[in-house]
Unconditional design. Structure first.
Lengths: 115, 117
């Protein structure tokens, strides 16, 4: 079971680049890394997913080193609306099997963007 | 694409009554749906996984007789909180996924706020 560790909170200012790192030391060979964003009283929203190296989409980049024991979510030029909790999940859906599955959310990182 | 809806968005019920929450995948077929619970300022906690046409798999510590899950079709799963008590007040979130994908990807609904008085 690949557990994840993230900073509890981070502060930033508008226009800055924010990097949130997630540690997952016991990641398995088939595991993917997925990041979600959650606003208060809303369901999580998919941000980005990757397996290795670097993945970029229209909202973020995901950097994964060769050993895959950590990953970094990069948010370019954040705005006030990026204030949210960000969760890192590691796993493979089809490997899920009850309490030993991979669908465990960590505590997440609360990002606060200030003007 | 990949939109999941929940109904109702919020509900208030009296202690002892039952409440049903619906989760629908609007533009894709969800062979697997997941139900989470989230208490204030806490992370999401997986309650159960349901596959279309079969019984749900509950996480340890979740009472299957209290939280009834029905995944009757590829686009609908329901969670019924039976004999609700104030401690069941929480934010319930469903997510859905399609089979046959190697990656770990699930699409979340907007959540349902349950308040038991």
């Amino acid at each position: 079971l690949a557990k994840t560790t993230q900073p509890i909170s981070m502060d930033s200012y508008e226009g800055q680049e924010v990097n949130i790192t997630c540690s997952h030391n016991n990641i398995a060979t088939n595991d993917y890394i997925t990041w979600y964003q959650q606003f208060p009283s809303q369901g999580p929203r998919f941000i980005i997913q990757g397996y290795k190296t670097k993945v970029t989409n229209e909202v973020a980049s995901l950097f994964i080193p060769a050993d895959r024991k950590s990953s970094t979510l990069s948010l370019p030029r954040v705005s006030l609306s990026d204030t949210a909790v960000y969760y890192c999940l590691v796993g493979v859906l089809r490997d899920y099997g009850g309490s030993q599955g991979n669908l465990i959310f960590g505590k997440g990182t609360k990002l606060s963007v200030k003007p | 694409g990949a939109v999941v809806s929940q109904h109702p968005s919020w509900v208030i019920c009296k202690s002892g009554t039952s409440v049903k929450i619906e989760c629908r995948s609007l533009d894709f077929q969800a062979t697997t749906m997941f139900w989470y619970r989230q208490f204030p300022k806490q992370s999401l906690m997986l309650m159960a996984t349901s596959n279309e046409g079969s019984k749900a798999t509950y996480e340890q510590g979740v009472e299957k007789d209290k939280f009834l899950i029905n995944h009757a079709s590829l686009t609908l799963s329901t969670l019924t909180v039976t004999s609700a008590h104030p401690e069941d007040s929480s934010f319930y979130i469903c997510s859905a996924s399609t089979s046959g994908r190697a990656s770990y990807e699930q699409y979340f609904g907007p959540g349902t706020r349950l308040t038991v008085t």
